[in-house]
Design a protein around this ligand. Structure first.
Ligand code: L34
Length: 291
């Protein structure tokens, strides 16, 4: 049973070791990768993710700055700040954590980040390049999923992949990447969403099932084919421990799906740590432009 589990935290740690070497090489050339993360408001999940991004960055020798703005900050102030970092030489990557407060236009904010520093891969220029299969920053969560599949020895070529969810951050890009002629690609991909008829029927066809829904445990064992590989992208807060720590559950009913799957990612410790590590990878890639 144990060897079925794809431990994202371990794969992420392997990738971080590889990055450390690249960062040391950059240091010899007098380049220290610089990252700035911008958090607007006090969403507890966002606070924890951004803190983890900064902690991880510093542990690798990336010069990471966290800017925290109040939820009432005007969009104009945020745009000015982004512009300042666009122009700042020692900053290679700019990340604005999503979601933003309602009074801000998310796409306007993302558009303000210069594509060269868009280490999230969310800017339309990078999204376009990704879709064309050209060199660009790949969005962190989908990139992390590809690496997990590749490093776990999962064959994607010719596989039936079903993605549940059509978000700009996960569903759309992972579906796109997996149809491409590339490592971790060459799959036949179906994308399911809230208007999909017969969700279960689609899911049952999946050799690789990717759940990015945002609802705890909606993917149940009866929706999973025997031997399928299950990637759980959901990080849902389902309660609190006695000490006040968030209790997390994925989009997949892990305990029951484990019986059927050939491989499965846990929550926590699956895709989440990969998202953070791929941000580090993109930041190092960005810094290499300065050598
Ligand atoms: N701009 N906004 C921007 N970039 C991103 O890449 C993100 N995302 C998503 C939300 N908004 C964003 C993240 O950072 C989701 N996300 C993210 C990052 C890390 C983790 C989960 C989601 C993560 O580390 N999850 C841990 C558990 C963390 C905990 O204890 O709260 C895990 O093991 O799954």
């Amino acid at each position: 049973m144990e060897d079925k589990i794809i431990r994202g935290s371990e794969v992420a740690s392997d990738i971080r070791e590889e990055l450390k070497i690249e960062i040391e090489t950059l240091a010899k050339q007098n380049v220290v990768p610089g990252l700035v993360t911008i958090l607007v408001g006090e969403n507890p999940a966002s606070q924890s993710y951004v803190a983890a991004k900064n902690r991880t960055a510093r542990s690798l020798g990336i010069d990471s700055t966290q800017v925290t703005l109040s939820a009432e900050t005007s969009e104009a102030v945020l745009l000015e700040l982004i512009d300042k970092y666009n122009k700042q030489e020692n900053i290679d990557g700019i990340l604005v954590q999503l979601p933003l407060p309602d009074h801000m236009d998310e796409s306007k904010v993302i558009n303000a980040i210069t594509p060269e520093k868009d280490v999230d891969g969310f800017h339309p220029v990078n999204v376009g390049l990704m879709m064309l299969g050209e060199d660009c920053y790949l969005p962190c969560t989908p990139h992390g999923i590809l690496e997990l599949l590749i490093r776990s020895g999962v064959e994607t070529s010719g596989a039936e992949v079903v993605v549940v969810g059509r978000s700009n951050i996960v569903g759309k890009p992972i579906a796109n990447l997996m149809i491409q002629k590339r490592r971790g690609g060459n799959a036949t991909v179906t994308v399911c969403h809230t208007r999909t008829k017969n969700l279960k029927e689609h899911c049952l066809k999946a050799d690789i099932l990717i759940a990015a829904v945002g609802v705890a445990r909606v993917i149940t064992a009866d929706m999973v084919k025997e031997g399928a590989v299950v990637i759980d992208v959901g990080v849902n807060r389902v309660g609190e421990t006695e000490s006040g720590k968030a209790l997390l559950a994925g989009d997949v009913d892990f305990d029951n799906v484990l019986e059927k799957a050939s491989k499965i990612t846990p929550v926590p410790g699956g895709v989440g740590p990969m998202t953070i590590t791929m941000l580090m990878k993109n930041t190092v890639q960005a810094a290499k432009r300065r050598v």
